[in-house]
Design a protein around this ligand. Sequence first.
Ligand code: HEM
Ligand code: HEM
Length: 206
Amino acid sequence: HAEGNPRAGKDKAAACNSCHGDNGNSMAPNFPKLAQQHASYLAKQLLAFKSGARNDPMMSAMALPLSDGDMADIAAYYAAQKISANAMPVLPPPDEDEDEDEQPAAAPVKSKSVPELIAQGSDLYRNGDRQREVSACIACHGPFGEGNQPAAFPALFSQHADYLIKALTDFKTGARGNTSENMMHMIARKMTDEEIRAVAYHISMM
Ligand code: HEM
Ligand code: HEM
């Protein structure tokens, strides 16, 4: 694998900043931050978008014209940028589809607070769930969410919670293809929606 040139990558990434933000720190929470991500992982994802192994209407079009050299340069550029920290997550408003006139059969279950979810997510991240064979995230994504460059395990720290929830949900449903066997598919399929939210909140604060 050829090493990318971050200076050339900066120019080639000009068309990406409208969504991924200045220096790879996107403002919109559904667009992933790319700053400080491993070059190996970034290049792999771009190739996956180009080949169709991973699908996204916007990204598939953006990746199509990129050569292997372009991908390496762009990956080197984003890998060298510093990721920004997130504000505390905010719970989404309750479902608006619900019929307001309908009387609940029982008292509604009180949903967990953000700090409770972060604590739950931290436990799942470090320990997994042996009974249900949910692997601990720490094993691949590291104690600080730093990932692993040679293995192309993505860094997760300070990623937007909304994007993390979408990524895990897409692994769970199979909507997102996986370039590294099926590790994330097998893990996400065993996670409840609440666990996905909990671990995403925790990771977004790492
Ligand atoms: C995802 C790079 C332009 C929207 C990604 C990812 C990479 C990337 C590497 C995967 C991140 C990850 O897995 O953590 C680039 C590059 C661009 C570019 C190099 C320019 C050539 C754009 C533009 C948009 C966009 C212009 C918006 C119109 C998105 C979205 C995702 C994404 C929505 C998440 C897809 C999903 O949920 O699976 N991009 N991007 N990108 N990008 Fe881009
Ligand atoms: C990708 C979370 C456990 C290996 C990801 C992504 C997320 C994630 C959010 C997508 C990152 C992005 O799009 O930027 C988690 C959580 C885990 C967990 C919450 C624990 C519950 C693991 C384990 C392994 C692993 C145990 C290794 C056995 C990977 C790999 C990818 C990935 C290889 C990249 C997949 C691809 O190339 O598309 N993980 N992960 N993860 N994770 Fe995990």
